[in-house]
Design a binder for this molecule. Structure first.
Ligand code: ATP
Length: 653
């Protein structure tokens, strides 16, 4: 519901045309966003800032967007910030003449290193004030810091951070330190940034020849303006999903304007797109309730690792440029030299370029048997040499998203599947299409589920085959793909991916390692990690050893100020939110002590997992991609006993 704004992008900006955007303008925008919890207000504040950038210094739009999101580059460049806290403390200490212990104590007292650093910077006098920071220079410096690697780089990083830090004015230090910590914590989700861009471009459209239109909403009725914003939002969001690279999207947007963005910025082999995700379901009934009268197809749900396979090409496929990307758009190409070498057997001569959505699964070639995920996870993650590879992989292809220069994401699944079968070969044990069956009765689905489980699969993926709902919903957890796992009947419908935030020292047989852990879900609305349960089951001795060793590097001396927990669960050791684990549980229940989703269902009760057990590490997920507070609410509400209770309540009322 965007309201027309009275903001004047030139008069109200604190810099003039052609001048580099001062970092202070961005920091003040972030501060204003942090000061509000209303999403519409956040979008308005940010869109006003973007309007000024577009009108005055469009080349600073890209660094501005990246810094609002605390990103440095597209995910597949694997360039990440998140400097170890001690180094940041050292940089702050050295710039303000304090010892590490003093900075540490101040950070603990303020509950936040960024706040303590900002206070220290404030009281500090400098002989000659360094020139003010420009947003683009801060961004370039952040990229430099992230790109420095190796032990020898530590001092260089600290020096670079110091140079920035001493030049900070007003609230700049706070946001600089937070950016370096890898967490902005202003409650600004990516969707809001894209929405702000839509509002900004609908009001102050970029113009290739530099003609500045300050307020294109003038002359439009409120309804017309809203329609324009909606149209821009749809174009920008879909374009970004097909091409998750702000560099390309922003360049095209500035050069050609939003309406023609889809013509200039499309899905292309080489740029991984955000994958379609599925919703959990608790049973065959639910599927038919949802998809009544629709044409359904079920596919075996393989338990491996998602692999988006890209083959670029013009007249012929450029096989040596083929790449494999993970669920998170990370580049996994060097993990699969064996798979890529076999590419020629997959492509029929009609293929010049393609993008395939697949699951890479460990495979016992001799016995023609799918192997569990645990076996796959023993493969080397990077720079694997083919001669060293022991675990063979069979790639199960389940979707075709791009073929011969054409994006297929808007096509129906039935069409995509037909093209897949027409243009690609199957090679047993190497390349196979996901086993599928178009089902029209519950019995058929149930029977096919049993077959999938006998075939060593996790369950089924149930998908719409035709109609608009069978398009590939990029980046969405869509109800048009449902996952039906074999254990949907026992306990809750799906496993959860949770973040480890604390450890408890083991006793007896487990002495010397952690014996239990405090787990949390993530709430993207508040950017908090909220305690969900303690866990001590499901681990082998070997797991505990390995996990305890791996977690050592994440030990921190106090809980982050964005952790939510009850004092009764205080762990022996706090851990930085870094590791994601998959866990299962018997069910979810309301809890006065745990903080997951507190306030969403009950003013002072959260949700917790009963009888949680560890399944595996999820190193393909970042902590922000853990199961969210809202998903936990949905899982709780979909439990039969909760549904029955609600039904009883309604009938009593
Ligand atoms: P999510 O990705 O939904 O957060 P997750 O990573 O825990 O959850 P699952 O719940 O296991 O994944 O289910 C989705 C995943 O199943 C897909 O990301 C994909 O890797 C895998 N998969 C296996 N077989 C198929 C198939 N036939 N169609 C789609 N996905 C499949």
């Amino acid at each position: 519901n965007p309201a027309k704004s009275k903001y004047h992008p030139i008069d109200d900006a604190c810099w003039s045309k052609g001048q580099a955007v001062p970092y202070l303008a961005l920091a003040k925008t972030l501060e204003a966003i942090e000061g509000t919890s209303a999403r519409l207000k956040m979008v308005e504040i940010l869109s006003n800032y973007f309007r000024s950038v577009i009108a005055l210094t469009p080349e600073d739009l890209l660094p501005s967007i990246y810094m609002c999101l605390n990103q440095l580059a597209p995910a597949y460049h694997s360039l990440e910030l998140g400097i170890a806290e001690t180094y940041l403390m050292k940089a702050v200490g050295q710039s303000t003449g304090r010892s590490l212990a003093q900075v540490r104590a101040a950070a603990r007292a303020a509950g936040d290193l960024a706040a303590a650093a900002a206070a220290a910077r404030h009281t500090q006098r400098t002989l000659r004030a360094p020139p003010p920071l420009a947003a683009r220079h801060v961004f370039a410096a952040l990229q430099d810091v992230a790109a420095m690697t190796g032990q020898a780089s530590v001092n260089k990083k600290i020096a670079k951070i110091q140079t920035l830090f001493v030049a900070c004015r007003h609230c700049e230090a706070k946001y600089l330190i937070r950016s370096l910590e890898g967490k902005l914590r202003i409650g600004l989700a990516e969707q809001s940034v894209l929405q702000a861009l839509a509002v900004a471009t609908a009001t102050t459209p970029p113009h290739p020849q530099g003609v500045t239109v300050l307020d294109a909403s003038k002359g439009l009725s409120t309804e017309e303006f809203k329609a324009r914003v909606d149209e821009h939002a749809l174009i920008i969001k879909t374009t970004y999903c097909e091409c998750p690279d702000y560099g390309r999207v922003v360049a095209a947007l500035l050069q050609h304007g939003v309406p023609s963005l889809p013509l200039h910025c499309r899905l292309e082999p080489g740029t991984p797109l955000k994958p379609m995700l599925a919703h959990p379901t608790r049973g065959v009934h639910e599927i038919f309730d949802r998809f009544e009268g629709e044409q359904l197809t079920c596919e075996w749900k393989y338990d491996g690792e998602r692999a988006q396979l890209h083959v670029p090409g013009d007249a012929a496929p450029r096989l040596h440029h083929a790449a494999v990307f993970s669920r998170n758009q990370e580049n996994n190409t060097t993990k699969y030299p064996d798979v890529l070498r076999r590419l020629p057997s997959l492509l029929k001569p009609s293929v010049t370029s393609c993008v395939l959505d697949c699951e890479a699964v460990a495979y016992d070639v001799a016995n023609k048997q799918i192997l569990p995920f645990q076996v796959l996870s023993t493969r080397k993650r990077k720079d694997a040499r083919e001669e060293d590879i022991k675990v063979q992989v069979c790639v199960f292809v389940f979707d075709l998203l791009y073929l011969n220069g054409r994006s297929l994401v808007r096509e129906h699944l039935a069409t995509r599947r037909q093209l897949l079968r027409e243009h690609f070969n199957q090679v047993p044990g190497e390349w196979q299409f996901a086993t599928s069956k178009d089902c029209s009765t519950m019995e058929e689905v149930q029977q096919f589920l049993d077959e999938a489980i006998r075939g060593s699969c996790e369950g089924l993926m149930v998908k719409m085959l035709t109609g608009d709902n069978s398009r590939y919903d990029i980046a969405r957890r869509s109800h048009n793909w449902l996952k039906l796992k074999k254990d949907y009947l026992e306990g809750c419908g799906d496993s959860l991916d949770v973040v480890v935030i604390g450890g408890y020292h083991g006793k007896g047989k487990r002495a010397g390692v952690f014996g239990g852990f405090l787990l949390a879900c993530y709430d993207p609305d508040t950017e908090e990690y909220q305690s969900l349960c303690k866990i001590g089951t499901g681990f082998s001795d070997d797991d505990l050893h390995k996990l305890s060793t791996a977690l050592k590097e994440h030990v921190i001396d106090a809980p982050r100020n964005y952790y939510r927990f009850d004092a009764a669960h205080r762990p022996d050791v706090w851990l930085a939110a870094a590791c994601v684990w998959e866990v299962r549980c018997a069910d979810l229940s309301l809890s006065p002590a745990h903080r997951a989703a507190r306030g969403r269902l009950h003013p002072d009760k959260g949700l917790s997992l009963r009888f949680p057990r560890f399944i595996r590490e999820r190193d393909d997920k970042t902590p922000e991609q853990a199961t969210s507070a809202q998903q936990i609410v949905e899982m709780y509400l979909s439990q039969d006993q909760v549904k029955n209770q609600a039904a009883k309540q309604t009938s009593h009322d």
